[in-house]
Design a protein around this ligand. Structure first.
Ligand code: FAD
Length: 374
């Protein structure tokens, strides 16, 4: 039987479980091919701490090329610009064309495009752009920094850049359009993070939506500006004819199957599963990756497709350097050193599945001891 191809567009958090199935699925007649813009996937759970100087580069990224090599998956670095659902092909920005039998879209989001660009203006997404801030911080010349947007991303970066044990001495200004930061979380979290940042001398300017005309002026006022004021799906810059929700996320069923296109699947921030979708956070992307692996297994063995089910509570931990963290689950918010120990253990346990061979992965006890010693 001629083998079929599963083409994965975008090596995001949700693609990782399928990338590890390359050799196994090849035996069942399915070749796995990854196309992704960059060789590295930056782990958003660790990047704020990386920027604050608490993690090295390799603690915050996955080498997709090496992962694919190790598990019998083919990797090509490139940006998908077009999906043809009738011809069953995709096209890269350099004109290369790839055919597929099954397509999985996992391209995530990019920061809301601005009409103004500057080498010291850093969007939070894609993270390959955000991490360019780190060498600028290391020169010691970026002392005055503005963060645009007081959501989870902007606040977590602000916390790490101003943490007392960070090597960087930074004067930070946080601009938020609404009348409080972290407005989509419990009020208690907003209060706790506001108090922490204020204690560190961070100027929090509420009800201050920035306009794009102000950006050139901001670049003279600040040494670096971080754009954390909203994202759009990366599929918005891919030509395709797939159904999408109002935000542009690909509409898929609970089995992550594109509505009206049974050979196309999507997950993570780029997808809107079921009736209303889920908030674009990594917790869903990671869990949907496991569902997608189950979906392909079911297709290969002629079984019923599994459905995505989120956790009853969606937990999130915001890091605050390596000595503290803020834990949020539904309406509950709490903080303490225990939260950053828990975060380190969960993050590193997850990351090592994709960065280390099984024999070199740390046990839960080792992770706990390492987290406690940081
Ligand atoms: C600062 C920050 C901190 C965060 N912290 C957390 C957290 O602690 N917990 C949490 O749950 N969520 C967190 N998030 C959200 C989290 O980053 C996203 O929900 C998660 O990354 C979504 O994963 P994904 O699988 O959809 O795609 P992503 O992981 O975003 O990956 C998309 C991939 O697709 C590639 N790609 C994009 N476009 C193309 C194209 N056209 N062609 C080919 N490849 C392409 C990219 O290079 C990338 O590798 C954070 C976000 C930010 C900005």
């Amino acid at each position: 039987m001629k083998s079929k191809t599963l083409l994965i567009c975008g090596g995001g958090h949700a693609s990782l479980p399928a990338l590890k199935m390359g050799s196994l699925w090849k035996e069942a007649g399915l070749e796995v091919v990854l196309l992704s813009t960059h060789r590295y996937l930056y782990y958003s759970g660790a990047v704020p701490q990386f920027l604050g100087g608490f993690y090295g580069m390799d603690d915050a990224r996955i080498d997709l090329k090496v992962l694919c090599q190790n598990y019998g998956t083919t990797f090509t670095e490139g940006t998908v610009t077009e999906i043809d659902e009738t011809k069953q092909t995709v096209v890269l920005s350099d004109g290369q064309e790839f055919a597929w039998d099954f397509l999985f879209i996992n391209t995530g989001v990019v920061s809301r495009p601005l009409s103004f660009a500057h080498p010291r203006l850093f969007p939070v997404k894609p993270m390959t752009e955000l991490i360019k801030l780190k060498p600028v911080l290391e020169t010691g010349k970026a002392r005055k920094i503005a963060v645009l947007g007081g959501g989870a991303a902007g606040c977590e970066i602000a916390l790490n850049l101003t943490a007392p044990d960070s090597p960087f001495q930074i004067q930070l200004t946080l601009l938020e359009a609404g009348d409080q930061i972290l407005s989509s979380f419990p009020k208690k979290l907003s209060r706790m993070v506001t108090e922490t940042l204020t204690r560190r001398g961070v100027e929090i300017r509420l009800s201050e939506p920035f306009s794009e005309e102000e950006l050139p002026g901001m670049m003279t006022q600040f040494d670096a500006v971080i754009h954390a004021a909203g994202n759009i799906p990366a599929t918005k810059s891919i030509r395709h004819g797939l159904p999408a929700d109002a935000a542009g996320r690909i509409r898929v069923t609970d089995s992550l199957q594109c509505v009206g296109h049974p050979k196309i699947y999507a997950a993570g921030d780029a997808a809107s599963p079921g009736a209303v979708g889920y908030p674009p956070i990594g917790v869903h992307a990671v869990k949907q990756g496991v569902t997608f692996r189950g979906v392909m297994e079911a297709l290969l063995h002629g079984k019923k497709l599994p459905s995505y089910k989120s956790y009853p509570l969606t937990p999130l931990i915001l890091s605050d350097g390596h000595s503290g963290g803020f834990f949020i689950a539904d309406k509950m918010a709490a903080s303490g050193r225990w939260a950053i120990i828990l975060k380190y253990m969960l993050d590193m346990n997850w990351l090592e599945k994709y960065t280390r061979p099984p024999a070199e992965r740390r046990s839960w006890l080792r992770l706990f001891l390492d987290a406690s010693a940081r």
